[in-house]
Ligand binder design. Structure first.
Ligand SMILES: [Zn+2]
Length: 237
């Protein structure tokens, strides 16, 4: 089987990223600390933030090779949530990057991608969960393990979100692809320290964000994720 990494599914983000065509962010943070004005999610943890219309949420990988799961819920109607399927359908692409609209299960635009220095993100996989580790990491022998699903629940349940409604996430910086047989492969995120993904909210939102807990998705090491909100009124959130 000849494996053509990243080409079988035709993600144009690979070529742009490799060619250095994706604009970088001048990010002053790093492994030791986030940049001033930014907030850090500790490795294998998560957070929920509230966004108003026009607020921009930026997510940065400060160390490189780190996935961040993002899940959006309408603040006005908690049963309206991010739909990866509708986002794929209406965008006519398995991928999102600058200009892509993120749709809800009710077919409303929840947010738009307004900056992206990577172009490699996944819309197909659910957030890692305790079950993920029990099923796919037999070496852990069922031991308790922090997970994106658990972290999203911890962050979103206090806002009234039902865990059973948390579906497929937008897995920022996650490199999922298939070979000619259709088998899935998960490669380390291609991110370099300071790579950024930014959305602008089209609805009032509650956004769950994680620093992914799955070692295999992050090249064996789980590192932090930094975020900040630039409010539509010019203030920093
Ligand atoms: Zn995860």
């Amino acid at each position: 089987m000849r494996l053509v990494r990243g080409l079988t599914m035709g993600n144009p983000g690979y070529a742009r990223h490799r060619a250095g065509l994706t604009p970088r962010l001048e990010y002053a943070g790093g492994p030791a600390a986030p940049a001033p004005g930014w907030t850090r999610i500790a490795p294998q943890h998560g957070v929920a933030v509230e966004l108003g219309v026009g607020d921009r949420l930026s997510i940065v990988d400060p160390c490189g090779e780190q996935v961040s799961d993002l899940y959006l819920v309408s603040a006005a109607e908690l049963r309206e949530q991010f739909s990866a399927g509708r986002t794929i359908d209406y965008g006519n692409s398995l991928y999102v990057s600058v200009g892509s609209m993120l749709f809800s299960n009710r077919s409303h635009v929840m947010a738009e991608v307004v900056a992206d220095s990577v172009g490699v993100h996944d819309l197909t996989l659910t957030p890692c969960s305790q079950d993920t580790f029990d099923l796919l990491y037999p070496e852990f022998e069922g031991a308790a393990h922090r997970s994106c699903f658990g972290n999203l629940c911890e962050a979103l349940v206090p806002h009234g979100v039902d865990p059973d409604r948390i579906g497929t996430t937008l897995n920022i910086f996650m490199d999922v692809w298939t070979d000619e047989s259709g088998e899935l492969h998960i490669d380390p995120p291609p991110t370099r320290p300071g790579d950024v993904f930014r959305i602008s909210a089209h609805l009032p939102l509650i956004a769950g964000i994680t620093a992914c807990s799955a070692e295999k998705s992050n090249n064996g090491h789980c590192t932090p994720i930094d975020w900040r909100i630039d409010r539509a009124d010019g203030t920093l959130g």
